[in-house]
Design a protein around this ligand. Sequence first.
Ligand code: PGA
Length: 308
Amino acid sequence: MIQATLHQLKVFEAAARHSSFTRAAEELMITQPTVSAQVKQLSQAIDLPLFEQIGKQLYLTDVGQELFATCQGIFEQLDLFEMKVANWKGMKRGKLKLAVVTTAKYFVPRLLGSFCQQYPEVDIALQVTNHQDLTQRMQANLDDLYILSQPPEDFELTSESFLDNPLVVVARSDHPLAHQQKISLKDLQGEPFIMRESGSGTRQCVQKLFEKYKISTQVRLELGSNEAIKQAIAGGLGISVLSQHTLISENNQELTVLDVEHFPIQQRWYVVHLSGKQLSVIAEAFHQYLLEESQNVYSRTLSGQIKV
Ligand code: PGA
């Protein structure tokens, strides 16, 4: 039986996650020599090295990687246990690990705000990234719940849809097509187009539609942020397809939605978790909250929205 303390495992887990003793020390609010000493003692107890240093970079050895995965499992189980205890005591307390695609950041924080008013003792870790990175996080089982609009089909997920996510064509208000109705897709062919980065779910969806109708667009610019795309449209660099959610906070008249055939693309938002995953009490509560309350919370934020 390996003689390791929970504290040593905690220190090791933080060092492995950050690939850095210094950052682990910062996170745990202890000194860097304490991190080194704890890792050294753990390594002696196992009788094998856990890290190797190549140049300035710290790498996990094979046994280090195995221990890292084991620690993640142990701490996840302990968190679950702690939350169950809190639940038995009638409190909803603990951490919610949520990862959402970039476009969902326009409504998820508001939902979290009202959720946290109900459960003030819940801590939230929110990751915002694009569709491809989110899929990788799912595969690595890094979070409790995920929010996106095209759940991957290549692994077992439990997903439920909870809100509309229409994708619309956005142009500058003085664009020549701005006041036309029933614009055909073909009319977009010559337009300079601003596209999200590869790996974006929005981009995938737009490309699928354009491929289906054999539309070739002239991509002038690729950008990894919806906000940057809106600025580029306002700057006259071209048109783009964005989720209508990205326009919610717009209160100026610079942008408009074009009336193009086959648009809006009617997508839905899904809340997803790995099928085998045992959800914590808090994750269950947030899941339920999303399904029951998201429409109400969202409707309350629509006042300044650009109409489709
Ligand atoms: P994206 O994903 O932010 O990666 O474009 C949006 C989506 O899933 O609809």
